[in-house]
Design a protein around this ligand. Structure first.
Ligand code: PLP
Length: 439
């Protein structure tokens, strides 16, 4: 039964149900009126702390004045001209900025899109184009988007794929190394190395010949799959394997990128350089923008090979440029500092709350995994869902990730005071659920 927090919210949701797709995944009845920074208000006037950031998107908080001003200034000049057929300075400036910060071996070129899935589509197409090879490797738990190409790589929840086959048929999935739930325990002390060995010894020996593999698509921190940080050996091991067989290492930084982990990209925590990188979500503080980045010497496809009418829209580019400046101007550093503080405080709750199985993450990309008890590690998805509901009713917006993990992804300029307030609400909600006293 849905518990509404006010009559206006209820009436909007009743209207929504008649005219909006039921495939959307709304977990609780939050109907937004407006937002500022880490705070949002619903149409009934209730205030909430937004530790979801609109699914890890509002990197600079809601309506940062610099971003709003950049959007307004651009809107008065022109709204659209299609960057695929014409030029405009704001898109070139953004591409130059991205080229400078991209973790690629040499300065990158960018292909602009409207979403993460489209950035993944572009990455897949570029990999096919330059390698002329048909196969790909992806990971269980991975989420790369809902369009049919990206969906072929997504293996996060069955509901996301059911009834949507055939997709692109040439993707082989392998386990993602999860230090909390190692699959190869007993066979290897290092789960990251074990997965790379499995690829080499099993997949490449028995299913696909590595010289027919165009790319390996991987999230450097698995997002929708449950906020899983792989062992340090994993990405360097993949890089080495790819280099050995001329396979492209394609990183999906749609969720983990743009400063969220306390560095520009999650891969910047490892000493690894990708061949292709997909970015979206936080890049423009909420305006639709994605980009596929690749070194100049790799992005050599001919004119007409790929394009998009709206991708790299001038207003999104203006918001993107303002966002990058804010991130570099202090918000990435704040994400590192506040993330360490938030993780430490969440870990400190573990002795008093046996249902918290694990706290993990980097910067402000933090997951808390709930279990029935720590020894069995039996997943507790119902408990996680109840906590999300309870937190909502107490004024904190949270989202799940994976079957039984809760993610904390506040804006990168979140303050210490807001973190303290969110932790208090979270712990109250958790205690109520653990005691069976949920309101
Ligand atoms: N890749 C990752 C890692 C994501 O988390 C998502 C969305 O959650 C996507 C791709 C797809 O992005 P979009 O929803 O913008 O298409």
């Amino acid at each position: 039964m849905v518990r509404y927090r006010g009559p206006l919210s209820q009436s909007y949701i009743e209207r929504d149900e008649l005219v909006v797709s039921p495939s959307y995944t709304r977990g609780y009845p939050f109907v937004m009126d407006h937002g500022r920074g880490s705070e949002v208000w619903d149409v009934d006037g209730h205030r909430y702390l937004d530790f979801s950031s609109g699914v890890a998107v509002t990197a600079t908080g809601h309506c940062h004045p610099d971003v709003v001003e950049a959007i307004q200034t651009q809107a008065e000049r022109f709204l659209h001209m299609s960057g695929t057929d014409f030029y405009y300075p704001i898109q070139i400036e953004l591409a130059e900025y991205l080229s400078r910060i991209a973790p690629t071996r040499e300065p990158a070129r960018g292909f602009f899109t409207n979403s993460g899935a489209e950035a993944i589509e572009a990455a897949i197409k570029l990999a096919l184009y330059v390698t002329r090879r048909p196969y790909f490797i992806a990971f269980y738990g991975g989420f790369h988007g809902r369009t049919l190409g990206a969906l072929a790589f997504t293996a996060s929840k069955v509901v996301q794929r059911r009834h949507f086959t055939p997709t692109v048929p040439s993707v082989t999935h392998v386990p993602y190394p999860d230090p909390f739930r190692p699959l190869f325990a007993g066979l290897s002390s290092d789960e990251g190395e074990a997965v790379v060995r499995y690829l080499r010894d099993v997949v490449f020996a028995k299913k696909v010949c590595p010289d027919e593999v165009a790319g390996v698509l991987v999230e450097p921190i698995q997002g929708e799959g449950g906020y899983i940080v792989p062992p340090a050996s994993f990405l360097p091991g993949l890089r080495q394997l790819c280099d050995e067989f001329g396979i492209l290492l394609i990183l999906d930084e749609v969720q983990s990128g743009m400063g969220r982990t306390g560095r520009w990209f999650a891969v910047d925590h490892e000493n690894v350089q990708p061949d292709i990188l997909a970015v979206a979500k936080g890049i423009a503080s909420g305006m639709p923008l994605g980009v596929m980045l690749a070194p100049r010497s790799l992005m050599t496809w001919e004119s007409g090979a790929h394009a998009s009418t709206f991708g790299g829209n001038p207003i999104s580019c203006a918001a993107g440029l303002a966002t990058l400046r804010l991130l570099e101007g202090g918000m990435i550093a704040n994400a590192a500092k506040m993330g360490a503080f938030l993780q430490e405080r969440l870990r400190a709750m573990m002795p008093g709350h046996p249902t918290i199985g694990d706290v993990r993450g980097r910067g402000l990309m933090i997951g808390v995994e709930f279990v029935r008890n720590r020894r069995s590690k039996q997943r507790a998805p119902g408990l996680r869902n109840q906590i999300v509901q309870e937190a909502f009713h107490r004024g904190l917006l949270l989202l799940g990730a994976g079957p039984n993990t809760l993610r904390f992804v506040p804006p990168l300029n979140v303050t210490c005071e807001h973190i303290e307030e969110a932790l208090m609400i979270f712990e109250t909600a958790l205690s109520a659920v653990e005691a069976g006293h949920a309101v």
